[in-house]
Design a binder for this molecule. Structure first.
Ligand code: DAT
Ligand code: MG
Length: 155
């Protein structure tokens, strides 16, 4: 796999949808140069939410987290590009919006850890797991040519 094929999974959570921030989230990630390879508007079934957040099972905030992510429709996306995981995480900002830097999505629009607007996979491995949980292989469209790529990534 080439560096340029690193993938990440991002979701606009129910509060992001309700607050009209879907476009803002996509815009900021697109602007960093990542290539969109999948996108859906979905209401997560409980079992998908439980699987998505399985690493947090047993933590005190787990039940609220699952309630929150299943409380309304979300937008799920996969992006591809060199350092896709880190780039998306840096656009999103720190988990607790109180600590998130200005200029990040959470730092600019959120105030509460339980309403932090966006999800971004935290590693290449988790991104793979999340992309295959939320998308069928046939829903990933990687064949299109991202014309800005050579100017953004220099390759
Ligand atoms: P991130 O979403 O930045 O990857 P995470 O994977 O550690 O953060 O946690 C998943 C989500 O769970 C996070 O977006 C908000 C919630 N969460 C994490 N830690 C929490 C805490 N201490 N109290 C309440 N909610 C928390
Ligand atoms: Mg996480």
């Amino acid at each position: 796999m080439s560096d340029m094929e690193e993938r990440t999974f991002v979701a606009v959570k129910p509060d992001g949808v309700q607050r009209g921030l879907v476009g803002e989230v996509i815009r900021r990630i697109e602007a960093r140069g990542l290539k969109l390879i999948a996108l859906k508007f979905v209401q997560l079934p409980l079992e998908v939410a439980l699987s998505h957040y399985c690493e947090h099972e047993g933590k005190p905030f787990f039940d609220d987290l699952v309630k929150y992510i299943t409380s309304g429709p979300i937008v799920t996306m996969a992006f591809q590009g060199k350092h896709a995981v880190l780039i998306a995480r840096s656009v999103i900002g720190a988990t607790n919006p109180v600590q998130a830097a200005m200029g990040t999505i959470r730092g600019d629009f959120a105030a509460e850890i339980g309403r932090n607007l966006v999800h971004g996979a935290d590693s290449v491995e988790n991104a793979k797991r999340e992309i295959s949980l939320h998308f069928k292989d046939s829903e990933l469209i990687t064949t299109w040519h991202h014309t800005g790529e050579q100017w953004i990534f220099g390759s």
